[in-house]
Design a protein. Structure first.
Length: 149
């Protein structure tokens, strides 16, 4: 009978201390992993604006080569673009560096909805490409990763 009690005690399971150690280890790993994951998710959402803008930029260049001026309306371009899911689009405007749509254009994307603590940042894109000076996207999530000025 004594042998039976000894065998039963060996198969009881985990102690409370062992379980607590495992929970602490998982918590420490999560503390490092979750912020990196959130940055990665937000960077992928930000890349939506950059991909959209790059496609729009190419369409604008084709338009200006045919019409002699940039378009002020996305629907006039030779590409079908679905509205961005995570950004709202501003209007195509003449930037300060240009005198008219014949010499330049600019479009601002504003982050819509929850942005993992980054707020409603903007991405400004124009006839010269990405405008890092007027954009407010944080460098940590910028797919182009420009340096701070």
């Amino acid at each position: 009978m004594d042998k039976q009690i000894a065998v039963t005690k060996q198969h009881r399971g985990f102690t409370l201390v062992e379980l607590a150690v495992v929970v602490v280890i998982i918590g420490v790993l999560a503390a490092f992993a979750v912020p990196r994951f959130l940055v990665s998710v937000e960077r992928s959402k930000a890349s939506e604006a950059f991909n959209y803008a790059s496609t729009l930029h190419s369409a604008q260049e084709r338009y200006v080569s045919r019409q002699g001026t940039y378009s002020n309306d996305i629907s006039k371009l030779d590409t079908l673009l679905a509205a961005p899911q995570y950004f709202t689009l501003g209007a195509i405007v003449v930037p300060a560096s240009a005198s008219s749509l014949e010499t330049g254009w600019e479009l601002t994307f504003t982050r819509a909805g929850s942005s993992s603590g980054y707020g409603a940042y903007t991405v400004v894109w124009g006839y010269l490409g990405f405008d890092g000076t007027n954009s407010t996207i944080p460098n940590s999530i910028n797919p182009f990763q420009t340096t701070d000025s």
